[in-house]
Design a protein around this ligand. Structure first.
Ligand SMILES: O=c1ccn([C@@H]2O[C@H](COP(=O)(O)O)[C@@H](O)[C@H]2O)c(=O)[nH]1
Length: 240
C-alpha cells in the first residue's frame, strides 16, 4: 500500500468546539489525512459553518450526527446533510429498516449518484461491551448483533456501516466486498485507549479490510499532530 492510499483511509475526528480549531487542524493535517469528521460536539457548537470551514480548506466531510428518530425526520435530516455537500453521513441501524430505507430513498431521489452522500449505519458503538448491551436488554453476543445490523443496513439501502475493526471480517463475509466499513476504535501503540473498548491498531484494521479509519484523540492530543498522523501512515504502510 502506498502512503497516499494509507493517508486517504484516515478520517480525522474534529472533536473541537470552535471554528478557530478547525482552521488550526485543517492547516496542520491537510495532505496528511483523507477526510475530516464533524461530529456532535462541533456541529452542536458551530452548525453548518463547521462543514463550510472544512470545505473552504479543501477538505471532504463525514457528518457524524448518528441520527436516530422517526423515519420522516431522519430522511429530511439526511437531505439537509446532502445539501451541505458532505461525502459521508450516518444514522443508527437500531432505528430500524423503515428509518434506513426512507433515508436511502430520499438521498437517491434528490441527488445524482455522484453528488449524494454515502450513508452509513452505526452498528454497536466502539465504546460498548457485552455488559453495555446486557444493561439495555440486548442479550446477543456483540459480534452477532453487529453482523445482524450490518445485514439489515445493507438490505435497507445503506452504503456501509460504522463498526469496530474487530468485526470487519464478519461484516465482509456477510455483506460483501463493496459494502463500506468505517472503523473508529483505532489506537496506535503510542496512544491512550481513552473510553474506547473494542479496538485495534491502524495497521491491523487496514489489514482486516477497513475502508476508512476514524481517528481523533491519538492525533489531536499528540504534542505534534502532523507527526502523529505521519506515524500512523507509516504504521499502515509497514503493516500492509
Ligand atoms: O462507534 C463509534 C462511532 C463513532 N465514534 C466516533 O469516532 C471518534 C473517535 O475518536 P477517538 O478520539 O479516536 O476515540 C469520535 O468522534 C466518536 O464520536 C466512535 O468512537 N465509535
Amino acid at each position: 500500500m502506498t502512503r497516499t492510499e494509507a493517508k486517504d483511509k484516515i478520517i480525522f475526528a474534529l472533536d473541537v468546539h470552535n471554528l478557530q480549531e478547525i482552521d488550526r487542524f485543517a492547516a496542520l493535517l491537510s495532505g496528511k489525512v483523507g477526510m475530516f469528521k464533524v461530529g456532535k460536539e462541533l456541529f452542536t457548537t458551530a452548525g453548518p459553518a463547521a462543514v463550510e470551514a472544512v470545505k473552504r480548506h479543501g477538505g471532504e466531510v463525514f457528518l457524524d450526527l448518528k441520527y436516530h428518530d422517526i423515519p420522516n425526520t431522519v430522511a429530511q435530516a439526511m437531505l439537509a446533510a446532502g445539501r451541505m455537500g458532505v461525502k459521508l453521513a450516518n444514522l443508527h441501524a437500531l432505528g430500524g429498516p423503515e428509518m434506513m430505507s426512507q433515508a436511502a430513498e430520499a438521498v437517491r431521489t434528490n441527488f445524482s449518484d455522484s453528488e449524494r452522500p454515502r450513508l452509513l449505519a452505526v452498528t454497536i458503538l466502539t465504546s460498548s461491551t457485552q455488559e453495555t448491551l446486557s444493561a439495555v436488554g440486548i442479550d446477543h453476543p456483540v459480534e452477532q448483533m453487529v453482523v445482524r445490523l450490518a445485514k439489515l443496513a445493507r438490505e435497507s439501502g445503506m452504503d456501509g456501516v460504522v463498526a469496530s475493526p474487530l468485526e470487519i471480517e464478519a461484516i465482509r463475509a456477510a455483506c460483501g466486498p463493496d459494502f463500506l466499513i468505517v472503523t473508529p476504535g483505532v489506537r496506535p501503540a503510542f496512544a491512550a485507549v481513552d473510553d474506547q473498548k473494542r479496538i485495534m491498531t491502524p495497521a491491523e484494521a487496514v489489514k482486516a479490510g477497513a475502508d476508512y479509519l476514524v481517528i481523533g484523540r491519538p492525533i489531536a492530543k499528540a504534542a505534534d499532530p502532523a507527526a502523529a498522523a505521519d506515524l500512523i501512515v507509516d504504521e499502515i504502510v509497514g503493516g500492509c
